[in-house]
Design a protein around this ligand. Structure first.
Ligand code: AMP
Length: 288
């Protein structure tokens, strides 16, 4: 596996591949787990070159967030990528992507204002800015993103559409632990007690899905109340909302599920100092 740090050298390498082969790209922040592996395996199914990036992007972390303590087990990640037969790992340093004087900010309005955008101001600008750079450098034909970060996925789809980028955004379903907890690099921070409590999070989202499928006339308020009651204040809730999959604008409590287009439930909770997010479709057919 080729390991490259320099955007220029990566760009040259990809240019050599491009006349005959398509490039499928999986951007990550490292500390790879089975969720990342599923995205890489999805990329491999396409039959082209598979490129993975590891970059903990400072632009998407707020001043009081966990940029410094974000786990960076680089050697382990390299071993995993080698075992998956990835063609190239792009692992730039911060200065390789943001040299002195870097001054551009990409902002996707509307979609970035709700849910995580509200509690993490500037986060999605950081995500959009780094992804636009990565798409330019890698010249990827397809980029695979997890539905675990559904808002991120929608924002990047919108950016690609608005800016006529050549990359095709390919969503992949959330990969979960056996008990339902969505895999995340941050799960390793959870204490054993918090890990036990964490399972209540996806359980409540599943219960909301079951009730919504059984009784589409149920109101958003009733579904959200049911989830909050089941948590019984086991952890602080950053937000819990139901929103149509396309706009991500939270629905009002008296809206009925059947009147929303492809509704999803979205939540963020805090366990100790760890923030977990998750989401689930409340409609039968996955998709938007
Ligand atoms: P991250 O390294 O957390 O920035 O994630 C890199 C990519 O992996 C993003 O597209 C995430 O949505 C995706 N991802 C992270 N966790 C999961 C998961 N449990 N299931 C599916 N995709 C995931």
């Amino acid at each position: 596996m080729l390991i490259l740090q320099s955007p220029q050298i990566l760009h040259q390498k990809v240019s050599q591949w491009k006349p005959t082969q398509k490039v499928f790209f999986v951007p990550t922040m490292g500390c790879l787990h089975a969720g990342h592996r599923a995205l890489i395996e999805r990329a491999k199914q396409e039959g082209g070159k598979v490129l993975v990036s590891i970059f903990v992007n400072p632009l998407q972390f707020g001043p009081s967030e966990d940029f410094d303590r974000y786990p960076r087990p680089f050697e382990e990640d390299v071993k995993l990528l080698e075992s998956l037969d990835v063609d190239c790992l792009f692992a730039p340093r911060t200065v390789d992507l943001y040299p002195d004087g870097f001054a551009t900010n990409v902002s996707v309005k509307g979609l970035a204002e709700h849910l995580c955008g509200k509690s993490r101001p500037g986060h999605f600008d950081g995500v959009a800015t780094v992804c636009l750079k990565l798409f330019q450098i890698t010249q990827a034909d397809g980029a695979i993103f997890g539905e675990k970060d559904y808002q991120q996925l929608r924002i990047l789809e919108k950016m690609v559409e608005d800016l006529n980028l050549g990359v095709h955004i390919m969503p992949h379903p959330t990969v979960r632990e056996e008990d339902g907890l969505a895999l995340s690099s941050r799960n390793r921070y959870l204490s054993p007690e918090d890990r036990k409590k964490a399972v209540l999070f996806p359980q409540a989202l599943c219960a909301a899905r079951e009730r919504a499928l059984l009784d589409p006339s149920v109101t958003v308020g009733d579904l959200l109340r049911q989830a909050l009651t089941s948590w019984n204040q086991a952890f602080p809730v950053d937000y819990l909302e139901i929103a149509p999959s396309d706009t991500l604008t939270p629905a009002s409590p008296d809206a009925r599920i059947r009147d929303l287009r492809n509704p999803r439930v979205f939540g963020a909770i805090k366990l100790g100092s760890t923030r977990l997010i998750d989401n689930l479709a409340l409609h039968l057919v996955e998709g938007r």
